[in-house]
Design a protein around this ligand. Structure first.
Ligand SMILES: Cc1cc2nc3c(=O)[nH]c(=O)nc-3n(C[C@H](O)[C@H](O)[C@H](O)COP(=O)(O)OP(=O)(O)OC[C@H]3O[C@@H](n4cnc5c(N)ncnc54)[C@H](O)[C@@H]3O)c2cc1C
Length: 522
């Protein structure tokens, strides 16, 4: 493929490796455009040679959603005259934000940078929610429906009010819901930044598709987010033994926050489970509420690397054996990690600190996440815990990790985020419970793969509709799984995508192995 001279110096061969070592593949054309003209040239190359454009975020996804084709467009060096995070011109606003401010963010901005910039701004601001860690590009995080445990809010994409997508070398769209917040002025101002006309598209299906676009709706140049005044998070910890009926009852009754009765307005609800405890605490819950800041924000806290070092990794590798020889030691190590012996002080944290740098070093993490509607949470929890126990008892395979459970509020306009549902079929949908089976293991660890497969088999036998996180391990996810879980949203997403990418050449350009695997694209 002949590379145009304008981008030849920005193009190299390379090996793409995801943050945790998977996927990994050789890339013949790794292009790092530094401005919009070069980005459009890179897209022209893809369209001319009919090769899909893979866009690189932070490569934190473990699934094939991030597996590059022959061309990888790396936006790590992309910049232009406008600041990466800025306000929205009031002349472009038709509908004022409900409680905070609109900020216009370039798609390649990292969540870490965004948290800090918002917290330092005047007035001081914050994302309403984020994932548990902050290394994703904002466009990458949203593309896979990334979420925290915001039972009272939803996933990160809930904050998006408009998305600007470059959809070919010559076309771009500004996608908003039908009840649009911004007028044509915003689209016009973006045209001068991208060097192509930006078509304003106010359409709920197109917006729903763009919200969790799975890397298959164009290059996300920028997003307008609604953010809120800076807050802190204060936690109540719920530490219980494995057989504590109170936890299971609260989950079965769909009232998980009642485990922390002192918290009137629970914002985040999460649990971690040690699947095979001999004795002692095996369930760690946290119920968080938002409070007005009690101190000034001065900068991000440095993460304590207690989890992500090679010694811990080595110990985790031995845990299946240790689990057989001296299970109490493994329980102790897990308790240490989950603050059993030294509960953290009841300290309020800024959101960017509560959900800051990952403490798990590169190449040391595996994870599969099952999402079910909240009403199925108890069933799914028991099913997965039993599957993990069975694997140990029958096959001698122990997970080098634990299982996390998080609640996420329902999406308002998203279509294929894990927290989205077909509202016609599920009028009382109130959000999801997500179960992440996580291991400190290398990408090719066969035991971990078999444990994940056993969990997946058990969930299929349970006969509760589930989906898998788009960005975590999901090779087994089928078209029939997503049809069952998302219902009519699957077709709505396709229709919305077709409005964003009306030509077959555009559709062929923006797709990836995962969207093909689940039948969303060719
Ligand atoms: C340590 C760690 C912690 C995590 N914590 C959480 C968590 O708490 N909650 C959770 O839900 N998930 C979590 N994840 C998963 C992670 O949030 C998702 O995989 C997320 O998509 C990664 O973002 P990224 O920027 O690395 O995107 P990538 O993995 O690089 O890309 C994901 C998709 O987005 C597309 N994309 C990226 N940028 C653009 C762009 N500008 N335009 C068009 N397409 C684009 C890519 O092409 C790809 O299809 C975690 C992962 C890791 C490694």
């Amino acid at each position: 493929m002949p590379i145009p001279p304008e981008i030849a110096h920005l193009t190299r061969q390379g090996t793409f490796t995801g943050f945790h070592g998977s996927p990994s593949t050789d890339v013949p054309f790794w292009i790092a455009p530094q401005n919009a003209t070069q980005l459009r040239k890179a897209l022209e190359l893809c369209i001319t040679h009919k090769t899909p454009a893979s866009v690189k975020g932070s490569s934190w996804s473990i699934s094939s959603i991030t597996k590059p084709n022959r061309v990888l467009i790396d936006l790590g060096q992309f910049h232009n005259e406008v600041p990466p995070v800025r306000g929205v011109d009031s002349d472009h606003v038709d509908e004022a934000p409900a409680k905070g401010k609109y900020v216009h963010v370039r798609g390649n901005v990292l969540v870490r940078y965004l948290n800090h910039t918002l917290a330092m701004s005047t007035p001081r601001l914050a994302l309403s929610t984020s994932g548990a860690a902050n290394g994703q590009a904002i466009a990458g995080a949203i593309a896979t429906g990334s979420h925290g445990a915001a039972i009272g809010y939803g996933a990160i994409h809930e904050a998006v009010r408009a998305v600007c997508l470059l959809t070919s070398p010559d076309t771009a769209v500004l996608v908003q819901p039908e009840a649009a917040s911004f007028n044509e002025g915003l689209a016009k101002s973006l045209a001068s930044e991208l060097g192509v006309p930006v078509v304003a598209l106010a359409d709920d299906e197109a917006f729903g598709a763009a919200l969790v676009g799975l890397g298959a709706v164009g290059v996300v140049y920028s997003l307008v987010l609604e953010v809120e005044p800076l807050y802190q998070l204060k936690a109540v910890w719920v530490d219980r033994d494995a057989d504590d009926q109170g936890v299971f009852d609260a989950i079965d009754d769909d009232e998980p926050a009642r485990l922390a009765p002192s918290v009137a307005n629970a914002f985040n609800v999460a649990f971690a489970f040690n699947p095979y405890p001999e004795q002692g605490t095996a369930i760690w819950g946290s119920v968080l509420r938002k409070i007005k800041p009690t101190e000034a924000y001065v900068g991000p806290r440095v993460a304590h690397p207690r989890f992500g070092n090679s010694i811990n990794f080595w110990i985790a590798q031995q845990s299946p054996l240790l689990r057989k020889l001296c299970p109490g030691v493994v329980d102790w190590a897990i308790r240490q990690h989950y603050h059993d012996s030294a509960p953290p002080p009841d300290k309020a944290l800024f959101p960017g600190d509560a959900f800051g740098d990952t403490t798990l070093a590169q190449g040391m993490g595996r994870g599969i996440e099952f999402a079910v509607h909240r009403r199925h949470a108890g069933k799914a929890l028991r099913c997965l815990l039993q599957a993990l126990k069975r694997e140990l008892k029958d096959e001698g395979r122990a997970l080098a990790g634990a299982m996390g459970m998080r609640y996420v509020g329902p999406s308002r306009l998203g279509l294929l985020g894990m927290n989205c549902a077909d509202r016609a079929k599920h009028p009382s949908f109130n959000g999801i419970a997500c179960f992440e089976v996580g291991a400190m293991a290398g990408p090719r660890d066969a035991n971990t793969t078999r444990i994940f497969q056993a969990c997946e088999r058990a969930m299929r036998e349970l006969d509760v509709p589930f989906t898998l996180h788009w960005g975590l391990e999901n090779d087994g996810l089928l078209a029939s799984d997503i049809e069952r879980y998302f219902g009519g949203n699957v077709d709505r997403w396709r229709k919305g995508r077709n409005r964003i990418l009306p030509d077959a050449v555009q559709q062929a350009c923006f797709r990836n192995p995962l969207t093909a695997q689940v039948g969303l694209t060719s």
